[in-house]
Design a protein around this ligand. Structure first.
Ligand code: GDD
Ligand code: MG
Length: 367
């Protein structure tokens, strides 16, 4: 679809929802909120901020709650991104709708302006300008970005008619009527946000969207098939980081040139170690001789000892994986130690600081 709308000349403002606790990513999110986890070498949000900037957004209000102060510490006034950033904090989480309403107090636009709203855990290659253009051209109240997934029951299921009008919004329904889902990037008319009740816990997915549709307001779906990922689970988080390193989703925020893997400053990788699949070796991390690291995120100052195998896993800051240990699809918390001979598979998680003695855990395919 073509449109003459230009978000840049319209000084488009955005609200970024980053108040969730990231429960499914524990223990990684015990100390760091999900949107700040190191992803392809930089805090996850850096990729979203850079993409929003290149789509013409100039000002973003962060809707924070969990560990709120860490966001301002990470991004400050936004000038490093060519953005102006504001921070609005809910004392107790107000849900997605309440958070949007609360953050809107810091917007400067008028009631007829479109406002972009972004979930803070999404990697998306869709054309934001085109989505906003569709919204403006068709004078919608809300325009939702939609994508298709294999299992829509874990998302907001969003059927539309032939003209792209949303006919229902079914959040995490066990019986999805379409594979098309809410991709977590919305355009709201500012006046629609101002109608959300203030200071109350409200879900846009369970209350605002269904209510608007029932009331006959024009809620549109902007559907496309570009790269899209919600990084809410460990497997998806690792996948997102690897996809960025491998260039499957171009990001202006990548810290340097990447190939099969990305090494951060001060990292030490033995020439006989094998690193591939979009892995990141974090700042000052060490990968010793004959270790094998595939599709994984190694955080700052961690050590992968000689001969250890790390596949599709996250190794937290200052953690240590001893010689001969094997990780597949595992999450190792900050400062934890996985002793030699352990084999951690299929979603295993080790909490920060825990020391797993040698040969404590082993899976066998014979059982
Ligand atoms: N400020 C604030 N306050 N932010 C919140 C709150 C809150 O009370 N609750 C959630 N958020 C933020 C989260 O930090 C995240 O960025 C976003 O809102 C969505 O929350 P998630 O917890 O990640 O929701 P989800 O992934 O289960 O489902 C949502 O995203 C899907 C797409 O990934 C829904 O919007 C679904 O409809 C959608 O399909
Ligand atoms: Mg999510």
């Amino acid at each position: 679809m073509t449109s003459s709308y230009s978000p840049e000349s319209a000084h488009l403002e955005a609200i970024l929802l980053v108040g969730g606790q990231g429960t499914r990513l524990r223990p990684l999110t015990l100390s760091t909120p999900k949107p700040l986890l190191p992803t392809a070498g930089v805090p996850f949000l850096a990729h979203q901020l850079a993409r929003a900037r290149s789509s013409g957004v100039r000002r973003i209000v962060f809707a924070t709650s969990y560990r709120a102060s860490m966001f301002a510490e990470a991004f400050g006034d936004g000038s490093a991104f060519g953005l102006s950033l504001e921070y609005m904090t809910e004392e107790t989480p107000l849900g997605t709708g309440g958070a949007i309403r609360n953050a809107a107090q810091a917007l400067t636009c008028g009631p007829d302006a479109p406002v972009l709203v972004l979930n803070g855990d999404i990697l998306s290659g869709h054309d934001i300008s085109e989505q906003v253009g569709m919204h403006v051209t068709r004078r919608a109240a809300i325009t939702l970005h939609l994508t298709e997934v294999d299992d829509p029951s874990r998302f907001g299921c969003v059927p539309t008619d032939e003209e792209g009008r949303v006919t229902a919004f079914l959040e995490k329904t066990p019986n999805p009527v379409t594979n098309r889902i809410n991709a977590g990037c919305y355009v709201f008319q500012r006046s629609v946000i101002d109608r959300i009740p203030e200071g109350q816990v409200i879900s846009v997915e369970r209350e605002t969207f269904p209510g608007m549709i029932t009331a006959g307001e024009l809620v549109l779906g902007y559907a496309d098939r570009s790269y899209w990922l919600d990084v809410g689970t460990p497997a998806a988080f690792v996948q997102g980081s690897c996809d960025l390193v491998l260039g499957r989703l171009p990001s202006p925020a990548l810290p340097g040139p990447c190939g099969e893997f990305l090494t951060m400053p001060g990292a030490e990788v033995s020439p006989s170690a094998k690193i591939e699949g979009g892995s990141v070796v974090g700042p000052r991390a060490v990968v010793e001789s004959d270790a094998s690291v595939h599709g994984s995120v190694l955080d700052a100052d961690c050590v992968i000892e000689s001969g250890a195998v790390v596949v599709d896993s996250v190794v937290g800051a200052q953690a240590r994986v001893a010689s001969g240990a094997v990780l597949r699809n595992a999450v190792i918390g900050d400062g934890a130690v996985v002793g030699s001979g352990n084999e951690l598979l299929a979603g295993a998680r080790v909490w920060p600081g825990v020391r797993l003695p040698p040969n404590a855990v082993r899976f066998s395919s014979d059982v």
